[in-house]
Design a protein around this ligand. Structure first.
Ligand SMILES: Cc1cc2nc3c(=O)[nH]c(=O)nc-3n(C[C@H](O)[C@H](O)[C@H](O)COP(=O)(O)OP(=O)(O)OC[C@H]3O[C@@H](n4cnc5c(N)ncnc54)[C@H](O)[C@@H]3O)c2cc1C
Length: 468
């Protein structure tokens, strides 16, 4: 098997055994290709899609992960790995605000809010619709919200909620990541909802999703391990890349020569590690920003008393932006039947400080304040799990695409493919299915000359194939 134009099989090095690196390794194994190695800094596979079983026996993910796919290949992969061993769930997503639950998406279900809030949202949306033809192009996410949804929905939900998720002010964020991620307001649907009591819950790509019956989200990626085991180097952190000598140096002093490099390490760590990277590329990498998370799981020794899957929290009185009823996903999430598992997510950044020492207590207080737990439940808590990934969301800032437009073409010119959630730094293709498919398509492109369809190029060569 020979790469188009090359005289021999290329030696492939992959950095990172998260979904992207595993997707590449799985595909290489499927094609029977032999000349590759997979380097992973940690002691397990799965990256941000790993699951953990805590000392009390609860299974936790690094934040609410649900599986939905845009790709047939990924669907077949999931079927092959999990057989029938997964739950299929209809999304029960809700928003908690003004001391009540309203169905998600908020902007289609405002009827249950306070009359003043309903009025603000309606009037804002009507004004936005009336101005739609004459409004100048929005400069940032905040302006986009006002122009497409109105200032009422912006003020009451979109701006505070998105600040809690991204830990980034709306005027620093762009809006070109939105695509299918945000439900855009339709004034007629809004009026129907308010006047005729028409709830709208089936919006978006994850309105139905699956979840592994056992082992949490990470079970899927643990299942991929057997296809890459023979090429997997755990505990092997890449610390330098020499694009002239074409080799990766690892923290233990070994070197791994390559012809083609697939890296999934965060771009802002990769670029400084590539020897000879031009100043402009280095400077661009410092302009990429991300948020970190405190993921706190609370296990309670009493039955789950809700059929909700997850709840969004836009208001600032509780730290988390989302809580998942993980015990509703599978009966095997909790060590004993009849227990409750609540998985909470709180983001942080330079714009939004969250004290790591108090976060678990503040999460419990927030769960009590919002009625998900009672005061008596405090005494029934049997697990407090805390995990704090330093980077969890690649923020689509207004500067991002210009920075990527400087970084990406230079890396490609060195035969370095930086892909995946933080390798690509593109939230819009940062889910598990996107990531695994970027790994698969990297292999098909390098070995078979097939186009990458998931990847979104920025900068030179960005026009044309690949942009969706
Ligand atoms: C809070 C949260 C919620 C999410 N929810 C969903 C969801 O509901 N549905 C969904 O589909 N996706 C979801 N995701 C996204 C999903 O986790 C990612 O798509 C996926 O993990 C990205 O895979 P990756 O391989 O690109 O990167 P990662 O998972 O980050 O893996 C990268 C790997 O590279 C390794 N590595 C890094 N640096 C080095 C180095 N120098 N040398 C060697 N190895 C290195 C890391 O240890 C890691 O194992 C969520 C993510 C988060 C954070």
């Amino acid at each position: 098997m020979t790469r188009a134009g090359a005289g021999r099989d290329p030696r492939i090095v992959i950095i990172g055994a998260g979904p992207t690196g595993l997707g590449a390794g799985y595909r290489l194994d499927e094609l029977g290709y032999d000349d590759w190695v997979l380097l992973e800094a940690g002691d397990r596979v799965g990256g941000l899609a790993t699951s953990f079983v805590d000392e009390a026996g609860f299974t936790w993910d690094i934040g609410g992960h649900v599986m939905f796919s845009h790709y047939d290949y990924y669907d077949r992969l999931v079927d092959r790995l999990m057989g029938g061993e997964y739950s299929t769930l209809d999304r029960e997503a809700w928003v908690w605000m003004e001391d009540r639950f309203i169905p998600y998406p908020f902007q289609n279900n405002i009827r249950d809010l306070e009359p003043q809030t309903v009025f603000d949202c309606l009037m804002g949306a009507i004004r936005a619709a009336a101005a739609a033809d004459t409004a100048p192009p929005p400069a940032d996410f905040g302006e986009w919200v006002t122009q497409t949804m109105g200032d009422g929905i912006g003020r009451h939900f979109m701006i505070p909620y998105n600040f809690k998720v991204w830990a980034t002010p709306a005027d620093r964020m762009s809006f070109n990541w939105i695509g299918e991620r945000v439900s855009v307001v339709d004034v007629e649907a809004l009026l129907r909802n308010v006047l005729f009591d028409k709830p709208e819950k089936r919006w978006g790509p994850n309105s139905t999703f699956t979840y592994p019956l056992r082992g949490g989200t990470g079970h899927l990626y643990e299942g991929m391990r057997r296809f890459v085991e023979h090429k997997l180097e755990l505990g092997t952190r890449a610390v330098a890349v020499d694009p002239v000598a074409r080799c990766v140096t690892t923290a233990d002093g070994r070197t791994f020569p390559y012809d083609v490099l697939l890296t999934t390490m965060p771009l802002d760590a990769l670029v400084p590690a590539v020897q000879g990277a031009p100043d402009a590329v280095r400077a661009a990498a410092t302009r990429l920003t991300s948020s970190g998370s405190h993921i706190v799981g609370i296990g309670v020794d009493r039955p789950t008393d809700s059929d909700k899957n997850w709840i969004y929290f836009p208001e600032p009185d509780v730290p988390f932006y989302r809580v998942t009823y993980l015990s509703n996903y599978s009966p095997y999430i909790t060590p004993q039947p009849g227990q409750l598992a609540l998985l909470t997510e709180t983001s942080h950044s330079a714009f939004k400080h969250e004290d790591p020492d108090t976060i678990v207590d503040r999460v419990v207080d927030g769960l009590v304040r919002t009625g998900l737990l009672t005061d008596e439940d405090r005494g029934r808590i049997v697990s407090r799990w805390h995990c704090a990934p330093a980077q969890s969301y690649p923020v689509p800032t207004v500067e991002r695409d210009e920075a990527l437009g400087t970084i990406q073409p230079w890396l490609r010119a060195q035969d370095i493919w930086s892909r995946g959630r933080f390798g690509g730094w593109l939230y819009e293709i940062g889910n598990m299915d996107h990531s695994a498919m970027q790994g698969v398509e990297f292999v098909d492109h390098v070995l078979r000359g097939e186009p990458e369809t998931v990847w979104i190029p920025r900068g030179e060569g960005a026009a044309g194939a690949g942009i969706r």
